[in-house]
Ligand binder design. Sequence first.
Ligand SMILES: [Zn+2]
Ligand SMILES: [Zn+2]
Length: 244
Amino acid sequence: MPPSVVERHRRWGVEELLANNPDLRIVPSPDASLKVRGELHFHVRGPGDVIIGDAYQIDLLIPPSFPATAPAVFENGGRIPKTYHKLEDGSLCLAAPTELRLRTGPDTTIGAFVETFVVPYLFGYSYREKHGVSPYGELEHGRDGLRQHFASLFGVPDRMAAQELVRLASLKKRPANKVPCPCGSRRRLGRCHHTIVNELRAKLGRAWFASQYDLPSPIDSRPANRIAERHQPDGVKRRKGKSR
Ligand SMILES: [Zn+2]
Ligand SMILES: [Zn+2]
């Protein structure tokens, strides 16, 4: 391996990932991505203190631009149907793009990504298999899922109001603050939902919100990883030890 790749894998914590998950291994990749395949075991305590131990056959495709770009994750065991949260390319719909950005940073390792997004997703599916319902409440997919995500992110019940807040987050702070707050309070944004809007604008930038304002139609032409929404709240804690 070229030194740059060795260094990248060190930053990504590849060795640690494989050490913590002995049934995962590196396999040849068709492109510049790093491909990791095998059985991912977990034993987690989720919402309502429900504990589930399970294992899934997965492929992780980690692009050279990770962690700025999220890995694509595929379930290969045939357990999770296409109709459950999956993207157009068949990869798992792990989280909304905004959620991925908010919860990853330049130092995020692959192990942390797996713990934060992949394990909670699989826990959610195992829970659903067992109990017939999602542990996180019913989450929508595609455009509606994104609106649902933004509504919870901005803390407004109305999804169209949430979409308007996305637009306001794409504007400069001063003009945005003068606009009537879309939540319906009859106050201007600067006297209403400005704290959360300013915080997210500062964190992610106006260009990001501009890119998120024109929400894609469900399963449409945008790159697949841009139409995922969030599937799990915080609070799924992986426990030490294996599920077998
Ligand atoms: Zn989805
Ligand atoms: Zn408001």
